[in-house]
Design a protein around this ligand. Structure first.
Ligand code: ADP
Ligand code: ZN
Length: 617
């Protein structure tokens, strides 16, 4: 079978997505291959399809048990023999799996990195016919990445101990230059084909809101999006507890997840979410890696995360099925402080020396600044993110909260000059908030302590509101008139550009939103695009529900999450095109031959029953 036939037969997909074909062809030509693609782009297909074509076994190194379980479950459902070897197996189960592997029963074997150099595993690997070693989440090898795992550094030793070097392929969603270089060097990739696909996720809508009452904002969002599955990320365990409790009391089907819960409860809650028993989950960032729930329709950040990398990864868990989904960040000034505390108190990695720790902090502060700017910018949010990852994109995407807000320009030259003067007068020793307080004429303890009332700039901008002053300060930082230091407390300094402003008056303008006046045309397009979302179809909602019920009962029987049986997109298509014969079923995206053999007729039956019921009416 060729790659297209495999895609159709096992996965039920007609065409490859961006980058997939190039990566697969490179592997099949025997070259080391490195794929950098965003979450949800379809990396698994890139190593699984060649694994089915290559003559020997493919080993997949993967960092997390849940991730392995999910992928192996999916493969077995599709009719591919696969297994995983990790600490979730008992010693006996492990030995049995290895002996099956020796007999050649598995085409694809997932293995935890810590296992690679164990005697038992090496013994197997040296004798087996291994065609490819594929490394998932490969950024774990780099200390620059979020999730450094020292055991990833041993992968190269493992490769070197094999009698024949297999093809090595590696995949990640982290695109920074440092990570990329580390991967190539630390894994010893040889003349690798590197494919980086675009990071834009077109089906995701991005929004930032700064509501006075975050909970009320959340509540009204959830009311408008009933029956949909979503993740609500909070910065702390405490916030997770509070928000989930309130939501639960109001009757939402919600569960929670954070590192403070027992293993058993975490598993249970995660399953409730994945199996759609409780389609909403409130969680800390401990939740999510390895969660391949494809029908997540929204990811709401109740707090701002620590950097854009984390944000895009977490938000990116929405809409993996390619259908429309929303990523909303609820920003508040307190979020910056919480994150600053996290950075200063971070002792997580005990292997670091003081010097390394300080370097990490400097980097983290810089990243936090960029994250904060995302929350205060008036420019296109998508453009901001893509630019952060070094990707060129349109200046305005037309589909984020900033692009859909109508702005007017106001002249802030005089205000800016006064702010800069205040920073200079007080000898560049204070943070942004203190400067704002000073010009606004605050009588706080800090103002008194440092005698800021005695400077001429004190109270010089009393007539401008504090939020507006903060906005202007942020704008001055963003456009390079001021800068924030990377020390523990961000201190505002005036740049050369800022000093020039005092001499030769250029005009500075600020874009501010015309309150509540959204572009009419845009709200139209929003509504239209919303109609594309899975659950807002009116026509065959009833059939769609019935198909979901069938899917759930099969999933329970087979002990796998519903989306592993069929994705929402597949059921949605069924409810629109009403297939009742095999040829028609195989036309539906996500219905491969093996899955058809297993479940096709049961779904046809439900559709037929639905048709005859509607005819009778
Ligand atoms: P990643 O690992 O890159 O985050 P996955 O491999 O989990 O993404 O794929 C995300 C989703 O996209 C999965 O449900 C997968 O089956 C689906 N997918 C992958 N390739 C294709 C394709 N060519 N056509 C349609 N859907 C695809
Ligand atoms: Zn935009």
């Amino acid at each position: 079978m060729n790659k297209e036939q495999i895609l159709k037969k096992y996965y039920g997909y007609d065409t490859f997505r961006d980058g997939q074909e190039e990566l697969i062809d490179s592997i099949l030509s025997g070259k080391d291959t490195f794929g950098i693609m965003p979450t949800g782009a379809g990396k698994s297909v890139c190593f699984q399809v060649p694994a089915l074509i290559l003559s020997g076994i493919t080993l997949v190194v993967s960092p997390l048990i849940s991730l392995m379980k999910d992928q192996v479950g999916t493969l077995n459902q599709m009719g591919v023999h696969a297994a995983y070897l990790n600490s979730s197996l008992t010693a006996n189960q492990y030995r049995l799996a290895l002996s099956y592997a020796r007999e050649g029963r598995y085409k694809i074997i997932y293995v935890a990195p810590e296992r690679l150099l164990t005697e038992e595993f090496l013994d197997f690997a040296k004798q087996a016919d291994i065609s490819m070693l594929s490394i998932d989440e490969v950024h774990c090898v780099s200390q620059w990445g979020q999730d450094f795992r020292p055991s990833y550094l041993k992968i190269i030793d493992f490769i070197n101990q094999l009698p024949v070097r297999p093809i090595v392929s590696a995949f990640t969603a982290t695109a920074t230059k440092e990570v990329k270089e580390d991967v190539i060097r630390l894994l010893g990739l040889q003349k690798a084909t590197v494919v980086t696909t675009g990071f834009d996720r077109k089906n995701l809508y991005f929004a930032v809101k700064s509501p006075k009452d975050k909970y009320a904002e959340l509540d009204s969002y959830l009311k408008e999006h009933r029956n949909m599955s979503g993740v609500i990320y909070c910065a702390t365990r405490k916030a997770v507890e509070e928000v989930s409790l309130r939501l639960e009391q109001e009757g939402y089907p919600v569960t929670r997840y954070h590192a403070g819960l027992s293993d058993a409860e975490r598993h249970q809650n995660q399953d409730d979410f994945i199996y759609d028993v409780k389609p909403i989950i409130v969680a800390t960032n401990a939740f999510g890696m390895g969660i391949d729930k494809s029908n997540v329709r929204f990811v709401i950040h109740y707090n701002m995360p620590k950097n854009i990398e984390s944000y895009y990864q977490e938000a990116g868990r929405a809409g993996r099925d390619g259908e429309r989904a929303e990523c909303i960040l609820l920003y508040g000034g307190q979020d910056v402080i919480t994150n600053q505390l996290f950075i200063e108190n971070n002792r997580e990695n005990e292997e670091l020396t003081d010097e390394m720790l300080e370097a990490v902090k400097v980097r983290d502060r810089e990243r936090l600044k960029k994250m904060t700017f995302y929350c205060v910018t008036n420019d296109c949010l998508r453009h901001y993110i893509l630019k952060y990852f070094g990707e060129k994109s349109e200046k305005a995407c037309g589909d984020c909260s900033n692009c859909l807000t109508e702005y007017e320009s106001i002249d802030i030259t005089e205000t800016s000059i006064k702010l800069i003067q205040c920073v200079l007068e007080t000898r560049q020793r204070f943070g942004l908030m203190t400067i704002v307080d000073a010009v606004h004429g605050s009588k706080s303890a800090k103002i008194k302590q440092f005698r800021l009332e005695e400077y001429p700039s004190y109270n010089s901008l009393a007539d401008i509101t504090i939020p507006r002053l903060k906005q202007i300060m942020n704008h001055l930082v963003l456009s390079g008139y001021l800068e924030l230091t990377n020390s523990e407390f961000s201190i505002v300094k005036v740049t050369a550009q800022g000093k020039e402003l005092l001499e030769q008056k250029e005009t500075i303008e600020l874009k501010v939103s015309k309150e509540q006046k959204k572009k009419e045309k845009s709200s139209e397009t929003r509504n239209n695009s919303k109609k594309k979302a899975v659950f807002s179809l009116d026509t065959n909602d009833k059939l769609f529900d019935e198909l979901r019920v069938l899917r759930l009962s099969i999933a329970r029987k087979e002990k796998v999450p519903p989306y592993i049986i069929f994705g929402d997109k597949t059921l949605l298509q069924m409810s629109q095109t009403l297939p009742t014969r095999k040829e028609e079923m195989l036309e539906i995206t996500g219905v491969g031959e093996i899955k058809y053999e297993k479940y096709g007729e049961q779904f046809e039956e439900v559709i037929r029953r639905f048709q005859s019921n509607t005819e009778k009416k």
